[in-house]
Design a protein around this ligand. Structure first.
Ligand code: 5BU
Length: 266
């Protein structure tokens, strides 16, 4: 399907080129799945991406949980992601002052040189967005920030006022492509969509075909409910990498998420 047809208002209202790139990939592959590739080695990451790559639209990493990280090995993962046309999303959850965040984009992992998207908390002030953008500018790249407006974990401290401040920071920013919303609660995602409007994306972790409580405070909602409530990307980890047939699971999440987008009508 053509991206503009399937995404409707989101396509016309989201000006960010990275958002368009994601939407095109999602439309072509028939999938709103962002894989949370929470693996401990580069080889396991590459294997996983090769296996499920055709069924996913973006790849989310936690580079600081990888035991055998080296920039050289990591370039193999970047290659695999590029071959599968996946935006690379480092879920770093930056939270420091702007200047430090700029330098944390460098360091041993050099996130600025390979990540297209990173997450950031709003807690330290709005300047964190400029700090991260400056990190990308240092290597002449442009990326997009997803601000954490909600979280999926139980007992988190992101209340409604905090969410509103976060959206106020991100609205109109050329660097903010959207927000993280709580995929375990369709009510919360719908409330977030109401506030965000159509002009920015909402990506949601806390999604699993088996809804309910997950490990260590994680909560899960159904992919269909999250998308119908306004999510544009379902972030799925153990629902895919934790099962026996990972490609089949990825295809199921792709099908459920894309059918919901078509049902939503953009
Ligand atoms: P799971 O295996 O599907 O539960 O993995 C969820 C992933 O999403 C994992 O990488 C988390 O770091 C990430 N996540 C989350 O679960 N909840 C949040 O609020 C945010 C990120 Br932000």
């Amino acid at each position: 399907m053509r991206a503009e047809d399937v995404w409707g208002e989101r396509w016309t209202s989201c000006a960010n080129p990275l958002a368009h790139r994601y939407m095109e990939t999602a439309a072509r592959k028939g999938s709103l799945v962002c894989l949370a590739a929470d693996m401990r080695s580069v080889a396991e990451l590459v294997d996983l991406v090769e296996e499920v790559g055709p069924h996913i639209a973006a790849l989310k990493t936690h580079v600081d949980m990888v035991d055998d990280f080296s920039l050289e090995a990591w370039s193999g993962l970047v290659d695999a992601a590029q071959r599968h046309d996946l935006l690379l999303f480092e879920d770093r959850k930056f939270a420091d002052i702007g200047k430090v965040s700029q330098h944390q984009m460098a360091g041993v992992h050099d996130v600025r040189s390979w990540a297209d998207i990173v997450t950031a908390h709003r807690i330290s002030g709005p300047d964190i967005v400029d700090g991260i953008a400056a990190g990308w500018a240092d290597v002449e790249r442009i990326g997009g920030v997803l601000l954490l407006a909600q979280m999926s974990s139980s007992g988190n401290l992101l209340d409604a006022d905090y969410t509103a401040e976060t959206i106020a920071t991100g609205r109109g920013s050329p660097h903010v492509i959207g927000y993280i919303g709580n995929g375990s609660s369709a009510t919360e995602v719908a409330a977030l969509r109401q506030q965000v409007g159509a002009g920015q994306m909402i990506w949601t972790p806390g999604v699993n075909l088996a809804v309910g409580a997950g490990a260590m405070g994680q909560r899960y909602g159904h992919p269909r409910d999250a998308v119908l409530a306004g999510s544009d990307a379902i972030i799925v980890g153990s629902g895919i990498h934790g099962v026996e047939n990972r490609a089949e699971a990825a295809a199921q999440y792709a099908e459920a998420s894309f059918a919901a987008l078509v049902e939503r009508g953009g």
